[in-house]
Design a protein around this ligand. Structure first.
Ligand SMILES: [Fe+2]
Length: 383
């Protein structure tokens, strides 16, 4: 029986090499002045920001640069960006970079029109409107360019939370693999691993649909077959293109089905320790899979098959366990077979982490519900 589902994604996606060049035409639909939201250095260093300003200028669009987005961006960064957008009378927000820049762009687009602090939208308020958002991704990881969600950190408590609304969907997204070829190997691996777990978690999520499962499985397949080549030889455009497609598909899948307990458990790690999100996921992944797979063994058996594990003739639970073997071998290829201690976590932090993870709505989408004791166990096993 096919379960009932709704499918809706309004993002106009422009995918492929040189799609970046369309930014002038796309932005021209929304006005004459754009706030460009980006990180502190790499977009300027790589020349992408200069190129963006040039293309927009040729289309008659003025650029206001907001290049203060830190990794794991905070509420205060978003407020500062919104102040700039308001004082400079921007018509639209263009996020350019990885997940941090793109998520900050969504939040700035909301904060600049709703006359409320951005924190209120993590505490139950729903914004009614946002400035038009265009996202340009320069990593193959978050998929944020095609979904409504954004993740911010509360600078006082270090709590990292995800939320999303109808008005935070980007109007348009540009996924141009040419922009990804300068990504260094470690970033390629960390963002690719993030995309893999977007695939895996949305595949097993309680909210999965036949469409998100298709996207998610194909995303995982592409990542298993191409991430190592993109990591080893970043100039291999075929591998970069396949990874770009994979992260976009995984982003579409999480827009439908969200992520699950693994992301809920990881957010305190990167929120408190400023750890790299993909590395936090890698560290927690094996214990998360072991905990979750008894309740959806057929899906984890499929993941084992995608890894090329031989599951022929095995009982379903054993076949599912093989997905952990596949995951271990995969992480080892990138030096991502790490523990939480390597990211700065110690036992004393776990009570706070469990409390924060338990409050996260994405801890509720896991096929196997987790009690505080279960979460504690996963953290301890992952040290
Ligand atoms: Fe993620």
């Amino acid at each position: 029986m096919v379960k009932m589902f709704v499918h809706h994604n309004p993002v106009e996606l422009h995918f492929g090499p040189k799609s970046f060049e369309k930014i002038g035409t796309l932005a021209g639909r929304y006005g004459k002045k754009a706030l460009l939201v980006t990180g502190k250095q790499s977009m300027r260093k790589s020349g992408i920001l200069d190129e963006l300003e040039r293309i927009l200028g040729e289309a008659g669009i003025d650029s206001v640069i907001f290049d203060k987005v830190e990794p794991n961006p905070s509420y205060s960064t978003v407020e500062a960006g919104a102040d700039t957008a308001i004082s400079k009378k921007c018509d639209m927000v263009i996020g350019c970079g990885g997940g941090s820049a793109m998520d900050a762009a969504k939040a700035i687009a909301i904060a600049s029109l709703n006359n409320k602090e951005i924190s209120s939208f993590f505490e139950g308020e729903t914004p009614s409107k946002a400035m038009p958002i265009i996202e340009i991704t320069t990593t193959a990881g978050t998929g944020s360019e095609v979904d409504r969600y954004f993740v911010l950190t509360n600078p006082e408590t270090k709590e990292k939370n995800a939320t999303g609304f109808k008005c935070s969907y980007p109007a348009a997204a540009i996924v141009d693999p040419m922009l990804m070829k300068t990504m260094p190997p470690r970033l390629t691996a960390a963002t690719g691993i993030d995309a893999f777990f977007h695939g895996l978690e949305s595949y097993v999520s309680r909210l999965s649909t036949p469409i998100s499962e298709l996207y998610a499985k194909e995303a995982m397949r592409l990542i298993i077959n191409n991430l190592y080549e993109a990591f080893r030889n970043g100039k291999n455009m075929e591998a970069r293109e396949k990874m770009a497609l994979a992260s976009t598909l995984a982003g579409l899948a999480i827009d439908i089905s969200r992520t699950t307990l693994l992301h809920a458990l990881e957010h305190p790690v990167s929120g408190h320790l400023n750890a790299v999100h993909g590395e936090g996921l890698a560290a927690l992944s094996l214990a998360y899979m072991e905990f979750t797979l008894p309740l959806c063994p057929e899906k984890f058996a499929n993941v084992a098959s995608l890894f090329g594990e031989d599951i022929d003739g095995l009982p379903e639970q054993e076949a599912a366990m093989k997905s952990i073997d596949g995951m271990k071998k995969f992480l080892r290829k990138f030096g991502m077979d790490i523990g939480l201690r390597e990211l700065g976590v110690n036992e004393d932090m776990i009570d706070v982490f469990v409390e924060e993870a338990g409050k996260s709505p994405i801890s509720k989408t896991n096929p196997r519900p987790a009690s505080p004791a279960d979460m504690r166990e996963i953290y301890l096993k992952s040290l």
